[in-house]
Each structure stands twice: as C-alpha cells, then as structure tokens.
Design a protein around this ligand. Structure first.
Ligand code: SF4
Ligand code: SF4
Length: 232
C-alpha cells in the first residue's frame, strides 16, 4: 500500500466527491422538474415508487388468466390436469356438462388461491388446450381485506383475457391499481369512519362474481384430493 492509501484520506475524498455529485445533481434536477424544466433528464436511477413503477419485461410471467373461445366462452374443458400438476394444490375446479354436445365439460367454478400459489407455471405447462396462461403482465395482488380477496375466480381469470384483448398489456395492471386506489379512498374516507377496518370488503371489484358465488368462495375447499372429496 502506498502512503496515500494507508492514510485512507484520498479514498474518503473520492467517495465524498461521488456522493456529493449525485446529491447535487439530483437536487438540481428534482427542483427543475418541479418547475417543469429538464423533464427529459432523469434525476435518479431509482424508481420513484409508488408514483412510478417498472414496466415488466416481455417474458414476465405473473398472474393467471383463462383464455377464451372466439364467442367469449371459457376455453377450459375442466380436465383437471392443471389442478393435478399444481404442487401447491391451490386450483379448485368444479366441472359441469357443457350444453354444446361437441364439448364434454366446462368449469362451473375455477378458482386459484393465490396465497398458496408459488407461480411455478406448471398449470400452464400441463394444460392440453392452452386454456390457462400467465402472460397478463400483472403481479399477484399484494393486499386485500380478507382471504377471499386473494382467491381468483373464474370470472376474474376470464376478465383478464378480455382486458388484455381490449386494452393491451398495461390494461390489467391499470385496472388493479385503480381498484387499489379506490379501495384506499373508500377505507380512508374521513366521512365514513366505519370503513376504517380491514375486515370488511368495501368495494367489490368490477369482475366480482354474483353474491351467491362469493358466499361459496368463503368456504372454498382446497384441492379436491386434499379434503377427500372428488370432483363430479
Ligand atoms: S403457478 Fe404453480 S402453484 Fe400456481 S396454480 Fe399454477 S401450478 Fe399451482
Ligand atoms: S385450464 Fe387446462 S388443464 Fe386446467 S382444467 Fe382447464 S383445460 Fe384442463
């Protein structure tokens, strides 16, 4: 080590120069941005979450969706291969007889418990008819009021396909963030202090199933094999 290195002083000065350069640069640019100047120059490399969010890559695999037939019906044929392949046993399906004689079955209920899901993608791999995908560009829901908010219903999973087709890759994320903001606005409404609880659902999401189905979700059994019951 040279004498200068052993004194540490030059290295300390170098570090202070770098730190202060970024501090002053960010201060100047953030101040300029407040006045509408130099908007094209980014002040910091960090993402200013939650005002900003990172755009997920094209290969991102996030929340599920059920794909649709051309007439808008669910493509799934309730074959249970995804539920069988799922290592977390978080897919619940109730099969029904399809009115079209060319299609054997369809899912009357199809639910994914995202609190158990590990997003491994095995359900997508197992599906023989491309009925389930994870290309929604939306991450799993990060908060809710009770467990039901984390159970994704057939209606929601189909709704994501509709949104993706109608509004593109940002559609589902925008809808989820808008729902969060509306929930937040409702919960923290000072005019309605009774809503300041996380134990009650204050605003159903736009894709919510009819009341009787929501009631059924509350008593959601786990994977058919997990509680001894067998699907019809
Ligand atoms: S991603 Fe994995 S854990 Fe989640 S539902 Fe599919 S198979 Fe199950
Ligand atoms: S999503 Fe695919 S694998 Fe799962 S039940 Fe439907 S058709 Fe079968």
């Amino acid at each position: 080590m040279t004498l200068a290195e052993r004194l540490y002083l030059p290295e300390i000065v170098k570090g202070l120069v770098v730190t202060n350069y970024h501090f002053v640069r960010n201060l100047v640019l953030h101040t300029a941005h407040v006045f509408g100047l130099a908007k094209s120059r980014r002040a910091a490399t960090t993402v200013q979450y939650p005002d900003e969010r990172k755009r997920y890559s094209e290969g991102y695999r996030g929340s599920h969706r059920l794909t649709l037939r051309p007439d808008g019906a669910v493509r799934c044929t309730a074959c249970f291969l995804c539920a069988t392949a799922c290592p977390a046993q978080c897919i619940y399906i109730e099969a029904g007889e399809h009115p079209d004689p060319h299609i054997e079955k369809y899912p009357m209920r199809y639910e994914i418990d995202t609190l158990r899901c590990i997003y491994c993608g095995l359900c997508v791999e197992a599906c023989p008819c491309d009925a389930i995908r994870m290309d929604t560009y939306v991450h799993p829901r990060i908060w809710g009021f009770d467990r039901k908010d984390f159970v994704e219903t057939k209606e929601l999973l189909m709704h994501r396909s509709e949104v993706l087709a109608a509004r593109g890759r940002e559609g589902n994320m925008e809808e989820m963030l808008a729902w969060y903001q509306e929930q937040d606005r409702q919960v923290y409404n000072p005019q309605r202090p009774e809503l300041k609880t996380y134990t009650s659902r204050v605003l159903p999401p736009p894709w919510s199933a009819p009341d009787e189905e929501q009631g059924a979700i509350e008593a959601l059994p786990r994977h058919p094999g997990a509680n001894g019951s067998s699907p019809k």
